[in-house]
Structure formats: structure tokens, C-alpha cells
Design a binder for this molecule. Structure first.
Ligand code: NOJ
Length: 553
């Protein structure tokens, strides 16, 4: 068991293992089909045994679930279907008792359309202070019947929706997620209030949603982009001058936040979700801003030693230059689970694969699991923080065959059923081999689980040598024991092995070796402390990672 004494150091987060809980899919204690806060508390012993340092809770706030909870009605309350503030306090107290920190998600780019502010804006006239908290504009065209600009929503369709009095409001995501106006002082102050509200309740850190979108250049005339999808806009040169993303002024906001976060003892941590290039991303992670920013290049890297090495070196040097610590992610609630990604040929169009119900191309599940386990040990060997998504410790695959009628992600409807969306990685967790919802709770989970989930359940893997759950438990325990500072040294095996091997050494002397070749390679010297799969006679098979303690220097 990891230590249970609370870590009061100011930099506990720099090399933490953070476990992401998507609350509606984690554990449904009251059996209504939606996971809940009390369900998370009930499973803290499981998380403690897993060996995580912190739990990050995706939004659990009141929400109509137009975007899985990222449409927040009230930032300072708990969705009554998920529990109460009192139950949240119990969760924090119990997590701390078990030596686990708690990170909450904060969604500052947009509220939900049910938020009191948006309701007030709708009831108020154009030009009113209530409308100024959002981005309302008159339409274009002779009678204002066209959107103010041609900006598109990330979820498909125009980023503008018209209200009955003729004005339009901006929403970079679903129409139920109106964008806030961060030039408005009241908006800024309200989020400082929210940071204090949760910090006062003992929350240890924050994950900041779409951090790169808050500051926008909304000066008239708005700049048209020829109907470009916003994802394509982020590929424009990012020099801080883009009207919607990654503007230089956004950093003033986070410098203000840091002052609040640092007014606590220990200071509250923060991690930015900012889909921008590495060199710009680490600006959000500077010590006087958020401290960390998610690195998604590692996640999207193809299964290639050379490419992984580029991403690892790039992320480490950029983080070090900014005074931040690096972050590593393989799965989260927005992407196809890594076991399934690695089961597919390089370059597979993942959306097309989802639309085929997970059959075209046919995934090689065994290879997927083998690689997922190898990638996980590689990730956990790296200096910095690892963010683990619920269920990856069970080796869960993406549920690619969800029927159209059960899909809930707004992406499906808003793209005119062209993009299947993210429901397949959000299917409720299996805890037990059998039972109506494999121990998730209740008879009817909000998304159906596939029949094979029982054999992947925590119960089925608990105590089973070689299971993915036991691999994660061992890896988290060893990572803590073996330690190391934030530096990494590559051990070059010399060509041609170099191009297929990722052999790294940590400052305390232990090593991790991943074989991405098609054939076995000789196992480097050292005592094997953990392997992601079976080893050969003195050899390291393909798609396998081994951790070694050096026996001599
Ligand atoms: C990023 C979140 O991770 C995603 O789930 C959400 O849809 C968007 N931000 C909008 O809040």
C-alpha cells in the first residue's frame, strides 16, 4: 500500500500518477444508471491499492448533459443525480485519509445554456450587462439573418445560434454551451470565486478545460475564415494573434489564477488542456501560470520508436525550459482507448472505424493489448506526471459497436451523423464478472456494456498474475519505489537496434526498455523488476517493455 500520510509538499504533482474518473461511468451506488460521487468514495480503497497519487474528477456539476457534463449549470454545486456537496466533502476527506489528492475539472470557456447568467442574458435586451458576460452579436446580411461570422463549432455546424430577438450568441462547442466573454470583469472574478470555493473545500488541484480559448479577439468586424472547421484553425501559424485560440492575453488570466492557487498551503496545482503546439503549450505551464499542460503528442504518436523518442524529447525539453513538469497521457474521455488504437493498422481513420462498428479494419486485439501494456510501462517510466484514464488499468477496449440510438455525444447529431463521437470510451466500468451491469450498479447503465466486459472486470483480474490490473498495480508501486528526478538519459544501443528500441535510464539508475521491432532483441543487462509481457530466454520480444534495475555500474 502507498503511504497514507498526506503529502503536504508544494510540488507533489510534478511526478504524480493521476487517475481520471469520469464520474457518470465509474460506479453507480444508487443504481439509477449514472455513476455518482458516493460511488467514487466507495471505490477509494481500490484506487489506493492501485497506487495512484491523485484522482481527477471530470465534471460532476449540475448539467443537462448536452456535452457529458462539460455544459455546467452551476460551478459551485454537485449534480443532484450524482450526490450532494456533503457527499463531495466526504469524498475529499476519505481520499485524503488514504493519501490521495483530489483534482476537479473547471470549464471556463463556456457555461451551459441553463446557467443563471445565460438565462438572465436571454431575458435581457441587446447591449445589456447580462448579455456582455457572453458573446452576443447582431447577425450579418441586410436583415441580420445570417450568423455574425462563418466560425464553425468543434462539434459541427455554425458556432452561432440566433435568439428570438434576432441576436446571435457564440458557442465554440454545442449550442447548449454559450461561450463566456473573458473581457468581462465579472466573469473573471466569478471564476476566482469558484477556484476559492473548491480550494476551501480541500480540493488539491484543477484541470482547466479548453484553456487556450478563453481570450478572443472579438473586435469588429469579426474575421471570417471561409467556413473552416475550428480544428483546422488551430493549424494556422500560432503566434498569439489568432482571434479565437491561444492568444497572448490568455496568459494574464492564468497569472491571476496562480495568485489565488498560491494563496493556499500547499499551493493548488493546475493542468491546462490546450490543444496547441508544444512550444506554445508549455507557456500555460509556466510556474506563474498553471504549472502543467497536457501533452497530447505522445498520445497521437504512431507505434514507432523514432516518433515516440521525438515526442518524449520534445515534451521534456519544452517542459524543462518553461520550468514545468512534463505530462503523459495515453487515453482519456475524448479519444479512442489506447488498447484499440494500437490494435489497428497505422494511419487508420478512427472515425471511419467507429462508424463501421469496429469491424473495418478488423482490430488485432491481442496486439492492441500487448502494445497498450508496453506503452503504459513506457509512460510510467518517464519523468513527469502520468494521467491514467479509468478502465485502462483493466485493458478495456473502445466499445466501437454502440448502436446509433444509444449514442449521447452531441458530436453524432451535430455533425449530421458523420462523426460517431466519444461514447465508446465512456461506457460504464465493469467491476464484477456477472450481474446486470457488471457491478457498475443498477439494471440499466446510461450506455450499454458489451458482453465481454465481465471477463475484463476488476473482479476477474484481481490477484490474477499477469492481468493488466496487476501489471498497473505493480508498475505504480515500483515507480514510487524506484524514483528518479525529472531528467532522463537515453541508452543508445547503436544502429540498427536504436531505431526500434526505446532504452532509457532514470537518475536513480533504473532502466526501461521497449522493443518496437518485429523480432526479439537481446535483453539488456540488469535485474528484471517488471515486464509488460512474457520474456524470451534472455530476449525481449516485440511490443514489450521491461524495467530493469542495474546490477553493477
Ligand atoms: C474538452 C473536454 O475534454 C471535452 O470532453 C469537452 O467536450 C470540450 N472540452 C468542451 O468542454
Amino acid at each position: 500500500m502507498p503511504p497514507t500520510t498526506p503529502d503536504r509538499s508544494a510540488d507533489w504533482w510534478r511526478q504524480a500518477v493521476v487517475y481520471q474518473v469520469y464520474p457518470r461511468s465509474f460506479r453507480d451506488l444508487d443504481g439509477d444508471g449514472l455513476g455518482d460521487i458516493a460511488g467514487v468514495t466507495e471505490r477509494l480503497p481500490y484506487l489506493q491499492r492501485l497506487g495512484v497519487d491523485a484522482v481527477w474528477l471530470s465534471p460532476f456539476y449540475p448539467s443537462a448533459l448536452a456535452d457529458g457534463g462539460y455544459d455546467v449549470d452551476d460551478y459551485r454545486d454537485v449534480d443532484p443525480r450524482l450526490g450532494t456537496l456533503g457527499q463531495f466533502d466526504e469524498l475529499v476527506a476519505e481520499a485524503h485519509r488514504r493519501g490521495i489528492k483530489v483534482i476537479v475539472d473547471i470549464v471556463p470557456n463556456h457555461t451551459s445554456d441553463r446557467h443563471a447568467w445565460f438565462q438572465e442574458a436571454l431575458a435581457s435586451p441587446p447591449g445589456s450587462p447580462a448579455r456582455d458576460r457572453y458573446v452576443f452579436r447582431d447577425g450579418s446580411g441586410p436583415d441580420g439573418s445570417r450568423p455574425p461570422s462563418d466560425w464553425m463549432s468543434h462539434f459541427g455546424g455554425p458556432a452561432w445560434t440566433q435568439v428570438p430577438d434576432g441576436q446571435w450568441y457564440l458557442h465554440l462547442f454545442a449550442r447548449e454551451q454559450p461561450d463566456l466573454n473573458w473581457a468581462n470583469q465579472e466573469v473573471r472574478e466569478d471564476f476566482l470565486h469558484t477556484l476559492r470555493f473548491w480550494s476551501d473545500r480541500g480540493v488539491d488541484g484543477f484541470r482547466v478545460d479548453v484553456a487556450h480559448a478563453l481570450a478572443k479577439d472579438l473586435s469588429e468586424p469579426l474575421r471570417n475564415y471561409g467556413g473552416t472547421h475550428p480544428d483546422a484553425l488551430t493549424e494556422l501559424p500560432l503566434d498569439g494573434s489568432h482571434p479565437l485560440f491561444d492568444r497572448d492575453e490568455v496568459h494574464e488570466i492564468f497569472r491571476e489564477w496562480r495568485k489565488v492557487l498560491d494563496s493556499y498551503d500547499p499551493p493548488r496545482s493546475a493542468v491546462a488542456e490546450a490543444w496547441v503546439t508544444t512550444s506554445r503549450r508549455v507557456l500555460y505551464a509556466r510556474p506563474d501560470e498553471l504549472g502543467q499542460a497536457f501533452n497530447f503528442e505522445f498520445l497521437v504518436s504512431p507505434w514507432s520508436a523514432a516518433q515516440f523518442r521525438v515526442e518524449i524529447d520534445g515534451a521534456l525539453s519544452a517542459a524543462a525550459a518553461a520550468g514545468a513538469s512534463a505530462t503523459w497521457v495515453l487515453s482519456n474521455h475524448d479519444v479512442v482507448r489506447h488498447r484499440s488504437r494500437y490494435a489497428l493498422p497505422a494511419g487508420t481513420d478512427l472515425n471511419a472505424w467507429l462508424l463501421s462498428g469496429g469491424t473495418a479494419p478488423e482490430p488485432d486485439d491481442e496486439a492492441g493489448l500487448r502494445r497498450a501494456r508496453a506503452a503504459t510501462l513506457l509512460m510510467l517510466a518517464l519523468p513527469g506526471s502520468a494521467y491514467v484514464y479509468q478502465g485502462e488499468e483493466l485493458g478495456l477496449p473502445e466499445v466501437a459497436d454502440l448502436a446509433p440510438e444509444v449514442l449521447q455525444d452531441p458530436i453524432w447529431a451535430r455533425t449530421g451523423q458523420v462523426e460517431k463521437g466519444r461514447d465508446g470510451c465512456r461506457v460504464p466500468l465493469p467491476w464484477t464478472r456477472t450481474g446486470a451491469s457488471f457491478g457498475f450498479g443498477g439494471e440499466h447503465p446510461w450506455l450499454p456494456q458489451p458482453a465481454g466486459f465481465g471477463e475484463l472486470s476488476a473482479e476477474a483480474q484481481d490477484g490474477v498474475a499477469g492481468s493488466t490490473l496487476e501489471l498497473y498495480r505493480a508498475a505504480l508501486r515500483l515507480r514510487r519505489e524506484l524514483g528518479g528526478d525529472e531528467s532522463l538519459q537515453w541508452v543508445d544501443a547503436g544502429p540498427p537496434a536504436l531505431t526500434h528500441l526505446l532504452h532509457l535510464r532514470r537518475s536513480t539508475g533504473w532502466e526501461s526498455v521497449t522493443n518496437l521491432a518485429d523480432a526479439d532483441v537481446a535483453l539488456p543487462a540488469g535485474e528484471v523488476v517488471l515486464a509488460s509481457g512474457p520474456l524470451g530466454e534472455g530476449t525481449l520480444p516485440p511490443d514489450t517493455t521491461v524495467w530493469l534495475r542495474r546490477t553493477s555500474d
